[in-house]
Ligand binder design. Structure first.
Ligand code: EPU
Length: 428
């Protein structure tokens, strides 16, 4: 096991290229199950979630070739093998195997998903959708059993706007008989990306990116090539880093429209942003003003950037408030930021941050993926050395993080945990 070592205080500048979107990748890969000939996805990120999904497709009989960020999946010899345990528990997005396997085989057994611990993360809306399409869904010893004689299109109103449920119902419905209408659907760019792949495979989908998605079921789907969208959360993380510890960073391969809420907030703080077609240049404010943010579904401020943004706010002048309306308990990074001298208190779903504070390097632990990004940003602007453990969370979502940061002039490296640290981790 490794930890991340960061020597803080070096000003960062240069160009960073953004990888393919993690939250698209984890849905696009399972979506290939629905085809009957090879599908190629170009530009996937080098992250552990992608490797785990590759292994899961191989477990069910798929042939997968993954090199230079492009993955070709031949799904023709896949079978509906039960996956109650093992790799499925390692990532939240393994729930997309439910929709995709149900859509193709009319049956699936998938262990309840793992992933980041952000408080309760139910999947009742996914199940409501599968049942509306005619599947029986039962929970037996920690695995979800899905069976249907036939899937029939239905009108499904989501009680909660959910990215996962919207995509999972799309996956199950594209090969169902007749018309499915998903109302109160989520509108995130990743949903459009998945709909684009499915459409290239021959599916009939209208309205992805709006809150009503209409799907006309087809009997079969075929192979195709698809290029993934850039990762708006990775791009947002580097934008925040550029504001916190940069001297002018150019973010390349980004869709600026996907980050409008973040860009607006950064500008409100006084940060300089110039957005082009597929690039954004960021340089710090002379004096950063405190702001309040509230996370919302897209196109509101993304919950996935709330934690990194909190690290930035420690350097702003005045009191800021961060409220997470999506995951009210996504605050495990706060105790760690406090170890680094931040002045933050948590009240209910909000964190209240007083600044500006000079952060100090410390030994901290990433409890989840975006908490990890928050601590890396804090470490890069802090005085002295910061050690971040819990690297396995960061590796789930940030492609070549160390190389990209060193390319910007950071001093950051991976080190093996000492025996003592391993013991401490085991007992924690
Ligand atoms: N919810 C329900 N019932 C459901 C589904 C969701 O009550 O059946 C609630 C959740 O508890 C949450 C809200 O609805 O309060 C939104 O959850 P959503 O289903 O949209 O989240 P998700 O699909 O499980 C994806 C991303 C998350 C991101 C959220 C919100 C993937 C694999 N994950 O999760 O990404 O935070 O949408 O935008 O796409 C991350 O990248 O760090 C990450 C956690």
């Amino acid at each position: 096991m490794e930890k991340l070592m960061i020597a803080g205080g070096y000003p960062l500048k240069g160009t960073v290229r953004i990888s393919g979107a993690k939250n698209s990748a984890v849905a696009l890969i399972p979506a290939t199950i629905l085809a009957d000939s090879p599908v190629t996805i170009e530009g996937l990120p080098d992250i552990s979630d992608v490797q785990i999904l590759k292994g899961l497709l191989e477990e069910i009989g798929g042939s997968v070739d993954f090199a230079d960020n492009d993955m070709t999946v031949d799904p023709s010899s896949m079978i509906s093998m039960p996956l109650p345990n093992g790799k499925v528990k390692k990532l939240r997005a393994s729930y997309y195997l439910m929709g995709a396997m149900l859509g193709r085989f009319k049956k699936a057994v998938i262990g309840l998903p793992g992933g980041c611990h952000l408080g309760p993360r139910p999947i009742d809306q996914h199940i409501k959708g599968f049942e509306a399409l005619g599947a029986s869904v039962t929970n037996e010893q920690g695995a979800i059993y899905l069976r249907a004689d036939e899937l029939k299109g239905a009108r499904i109103y989501l009680d909660v706007v959910s990215v996962g449920a919207t995509i999972n119902i799309m996956l199950a419905a594209v090969r169902a008989k007749g018309k499915t209408i998903i109302e109160n659907a989520a509108k995130e760019p990743e949903i459009i990306d998945v709909a684009t792949l499915l459409t290239n495979m021959g599916a009939k989908i209208k309205g992805a990116g709006t809150d009503v998605i209409r799907i006309e079921g087809v009997d079969q789907l075929h192979g195709c090539r698809h290029t993934i969208i850039p990762d708006r959360i990775e791009a947002g993380t580097y934008l925040i880093l550029g504001a916190a510890a940069g001297e002018g960073i150019l973010i390349d391969n980004v869709i600026p429209q996907h980050l409008e809420s973040l860009i607006a907030k950064l500008r409100e703080m006084g940060v300089n942003i110039e957005a082009g077609d597929d690039q954004i240049f960021v340089s710090p404010a002379e004096k950063m003003k405190a702001v309040d943010i509230k996370t919302l579904v897209y196109p509101g401020f993304p919950t996935d950037l709330q934690q990194p943004f909190t690290s930035l706010l420690t350097g702003a002048e005045g009191t800021s408030m961060v409220t997470d309306t999506i995951y009210g308990a996504r605050f495990k990074h706060i105790d760690e930021l406090r170890r680094m001298n931040a002045s933050i208190k948590v009240e209910g779903r909000s964190a209240i941050i007083n600044g500006p504070i000079r952060l100090q390097g410390a030994k901290v632990k990433a409890s989840d993926l975006r908490a990890g990004a928050a601590l890396v940003i804090a470490g890069l602007k802090a005085e002295g050395i910061t050690e971040v453990t819990g690297l396995e969370h960061i590796d789930r979502g940030y492609s070549h993080l160390v190389e990209k940061l060193n390319g910007l002039g950071a001093t950051i490296w991976r080190e093996n945990l000492t025996k003592e640290e391993m013991e401490q981790m085991k007992n924690a």
